[in-house]
Write a protein that binds this ligand. Structure first.
Ligand SMILES: Nc1nc2c(c(=O)[nH]1)N[C@H]1C(S)=C(S)[C@@H](COP(=O)(O)OP(=O)(O)OC[C@H]3O[C@@H](n4cnc5c(=O)[nH]c(N)nc54)[C@H](O)[C@@H]3O)O[C@H]1N2
Ligand SMILES: Nc1nc2c(c(=O)[nH]1)N[C@H]1C(S)=C(S)[C@@H](COP(=O)(O)OP(=O)(O)OC[C@H]3O[C@@H](n4cnc5c(=O)[nH]c(N)nc54)[C@H](O)[C@@H]3O)O[C@H]1N2
Ligand SMILES: [Mo]
Length: 747
């Protein structure tokens, strides 16, 4: 399997490791020497590569197999499965796809298939699925990511692009050398920096924060959790009520305005619409000045603290950092628009170490100084179907065929979905209000899932196609977001009858007569080489020489040289806004957007505003608490929840929840007890952890525990039994998991 004499290597979203193998079993993962801060997450896979949670053969739900498509679909998740051969399952799939396409058209197939799957440029499950479906007429798809859907739609109206700027975030080096004050809404939690999509070579977030601190940068952690900024850097901690950041930012902006601390020259040259926003701040129409005192009432922070912070921000070289989590709340567009507006008022956008940053909280690659190379990927082809949903409108779509929804200025129709196919994501992890989703999930006639482990998604399918893990196939990790290009060696043979997603699609393509269109005559190995060679040419055009394929394989990895100076986001625009206009209608920063205003949305008007969230502490009943369900420190989402690292943090089999001592006392609860977190949508169990490092009135439980329902209660502690499923606004329709009220009592 290993064409060279070197040791075996692998890459994952959480890091690169050397792989030890004995008797066709992975026995250990050893740290990649280049990484000074390796993540323990990877170790969680070793014990679950085989064993009872592994899917080893194609499986069909009994009712579906016996009664045909649609039979006993309300029993999904409860019925037994029957093992079948690959040939049998391929025939079933070919017949079923043909039926659905013939009777309802390709738009009746939903394969948005959102999710992170595994690293590897070629074996990207979603690309494999989509390319295959595009060969047979396409499918209904999804737009945007759960991570930051609200920002993905609003920020392009304000700055011209969102993804373009997260890929060009000001680097840690620039922050260390030029920033004085780093104001972090949602913090910079080190737990999240373990991850980078598509492969992580070396972890830099901790070193970046530490170096900035040593260089004299003062960090302000604005978050319900003290731990959202690392220990030992003397960070200030401000804990406003969750989902009130937009109000806090408006209070800061108002202070800048009334104290004439804003940079009018910057606003004149680089922005449009400040007057409209200023009129709103002053309360010219609604009679409410958005002052520090006004904000203080909403956020429950002292007004003087807000005024003081505004003055310090004006006086210092300031970086405003907004966590992606701020988008995953009701009206999640607003904190992003307000933060950009605030940064524009400070006039430091485009200066070294200052301005605005999207997601220093989120992943290793934000702040990582690197060359941005547009590597080739496995081409998905073109989807002939125009229908789509904003990614988090899944349940709405399944519940309302023919119903209408708004999105970014237009109105669209929900298609009538008959067949759902997921490869490389887990809606029973990522979606909100899972109990409601489970009801909607019972509507399609057929649900197909490619998975390697028996999680809730696989259990709720009709046809389960067992896929390999990265150890069972060869691939290459080459993410434009990371400087390390890594060979992912096949370390062991596929477990049971598992097949690569590519091979799975080839099998079905052959039955449907589109194998040639799907593969273009290339084997998996030939495709990888094609991706490498094409990427090499692209890099070369950017003046970067990648090694040839054989040398790359021989060495196992290659590090793209760092750029010769730190990245500064929007530097070119600042230096010459006429030559480098933003891709907005005005070419400038749109503090007021005529375009968004023209949509006429009450829940997203033409400039940043404060709108009361769907659920928040300002309207909580006396016994209610605000639940934050943030990213887990010991895994990536639901991945490896069943492995030793995640299970090791859960001695009693349920996920920990953190609560303030005052809230625990008020409920007569003590640490270590198993509690039930509940609201009108559902409930989950959790083990109580008590800590003064969380804002009173707030509880925190990580996402990721595998959904294990007993009625509407998840026994293991999946917080998405509780979160509301509602769009951020008619503009973006993003998920709002972080705007959620709950009650907690003893189980
Ligand atoms: N309450 C709450 N909910 C949230 C969030 C939150 O903050 N709070 N965050 C949201 C965010 S930001 C995100 S990105 C989503 C994440 O949601 P997802 O990305 O859907 O979650 P994962 O658990 O990473 O799902 C990936 C799935 O792919 C499978 N897989 C891995 N490798 C392969 C492969 O090679 N082939 C195939 N076919 N499958 C593979 C894994 O077993 C796993 O089931 O969750 C969202 N949900
Ligand atoms: N270890 C690990 N790392 C990950 C992931 C993972 O699953 N595991 N997932 C990755 C993915 S897909 C994504 S999208 C990113 C997400 O990156 P983020 O969205 O930045 O991460 P979160 O942990 O959800 O949120 C960051 C912090 O925001 C705080 N917060 C929540 N609500 C509010 C609020 O209303 N106001 C303020 N001021 N703070 C609030 C929470 O305390 C939380 O710890 O993380 C990535 N990194
Ligand atoms: Mo995400």
């Amino acid at each position: 399997m290993n064409p060279t004499n070197r040791e075996l290597l692998t890459s994952s979203h959480w890091g690169t490791y050397w792989v030890d193998v004995d008797d066709d079993r992975v026995t250990a993962l050893r740290d990649f020497g280049e990484d000074q801060d390796p993540s323990p997450i990877g170790q969680g896979i070793i014990d679950v590569l085989s064993g009872p949670t592994r899917i080893t053969t194609p499986m069909v739900r009994k009712g579906w197999l016996e009664g045909g498509a649609g039979a006993a679909r309300e029993k999904r998740g409860q019925e037994d499965f029957v093992a079948v051969t690959w040939d049998e399952v391929n025939q079933l799939l070919a017949d079923e796809l043909s039926r659905v396409r013939r009777d309802y058209g390709n738009r009746a197939i939903y394969a948005g298939s959102y999710g992170w799957a595994s690293a590897g440029r070629f074996h990207h499950a979603q690309s494999q699925l989509k390319r295959f479906l595009n060969c047979i007429g396409g499918c209904t798809s999804s737009k945007n990511a759960y991570s930051y859907a609200a920002a993905e739609v609003v920020v392009p109206h304000v700055l011209g692009t969102f993804r373009g700027f997260i890929d060009a975030s000001t680097s840690w080096e620039s922050i260390a050398s030029d920033c004085d004050l780093f104001v972090a809404f949602g913090g910079v939690p080190l737990k999240n920096g373990q991850i980078s999509q598509g492969g992580t070579g070396a972890h830099v977030q901790k070193a970046g924060v530490s170096a900035a601190y040593k260089a004299g940068v003062q960090f302000v952690n604005i978050s319900p959790l003290r731990s959202d900024v690392m220990d030992g850097i003397n960070a200030e901690w401000l804990a406003p009520r969750p989902s009130t950041d937009a109000a806090l930012m408006l209070g800061l902006a108002h202070t800048l305005m009334v104290e004439a601390l804003h940079d009018q020259a910057f606003l004149n040259r680089y922005t449009v619409g400040f007057e409209r926003f200023a009129a709103y701040l002053a309360g010219q129409q609604d009679g409410i000045a958005k002052s520090a005192d006004w904000a203080a009432d909403i956020c429950a922070l002292p007004a003087d603290t807000i005024r003081d912070l505004a003055r310090r921000m004006a006086k210092s070289r300031t970086m405003i950092s907004v966590a992606w989590a701020l988008t995953r709340q009701d009206h999640g567009e607003q904190p992003y628009w307000a933060a950009i507006t605030l940064a524009a008022m400070l006039g430091q956008i485009g200066l070294p170490g200052a301005g605005i940053g999207f997601g220093y909280s989120a992943v290793n690659n934000i702040g990582l100084n690197r060359q941005q190379i547009d590597y080739a990927s496995f081409p998905q082809g073109k989807n002939p179907v125009d229908d789509f949903i904003p990614v988090a409108r899944l349940t709405d779509m399944l519940e309302n065929p023919g119903g209408r929804f708004d999105y970014d200025g237009q109105s669209y129709e929900y298609p009538d979905i008959r067949l759902v196919w997921w490869a490389g994501g887990n809606p029973f992890h990522h979606h909100q209000d899972l109990n409601r989703m489970r009801g909607a999930w019972a509507k399609p006639e057929t649900i197909i899932v490619n998975e390697w482990c028996w999680n809730a998604l696989a259990k709720h399918a009709d046809i389960v196609l067992p896929c390999t893990t990265t150890f069972e196939r060869s691939d290459i990790a080459m993410s434009p977001k990371d400087p390390y290009l890594v060979v992912m060696d096949q370390a062991i043979k596929p477990i049971g009858q598992a097949r690569d997603d590519h091979q799975i699609m080839c099998g079905i393509a052959a039955k449907l007569g589109v194998q040639e269109a799907f593969t273009e005559g290339r084997s998996a190995a030939e495709w990888q080489r094609w991706i490498w060679d094409d990427s090499r040419q692209r890099a070369s055009q950017d003046g970067i020489e990648l090694p040839d394929w054989d040398s790359f394989q021989q060495n196992g990895w290659f590090k793209v040289p760092e750029p010769n100076k730190p990245t500064v986001m929007m530097e070119e625009f600042r230096n010459n806004p006429d030559a480098n206009p933003l891709a907005t209608p005005s070419g400038k920063i749109e503090i007021f957007s005529e375009k968004i205003a023209s949509f006429g949305y009450d829940d997203c008007p033409g400039h940043a505003v404060w709108l009361e969230p769907f659920e928040w502490l300002g309207r909580a009943k006396p016994d209610q608490l605000h639940m934050i369900s943030n990213q887990p420190h010991n895994k990536l989402h639901s991945q490896l929840d069943h492995g030793s690292v995640s299970e090791g943090d859960r001695p009693h089999g349920v996920e920990p929840v953190t609560m303030h001592p005052a809230d625990a006392n008020a409920r007569n609860l003590s640490a270590g007890q198993i509690v039930c977190i509940h609201n009108i949508r559902g409930a989950c169990f959790a083990e109580l952890n008590i800590s003064a490092d969380i804002r009173p009135g707030v509880i925190q439980i990580a996402t990721g525990a595998w959904y294990d329902p007993d009625g509407n209660t998840c026994r293991k502690g999946n917080p998405n039994t509780l979160t509301p499923d509602k769009g951020t606004s008619a503009l973006a329709q993003g998920p709002i998991a972080h705007s959620c009220l709950v009650s907690v009592s003893l189980r």
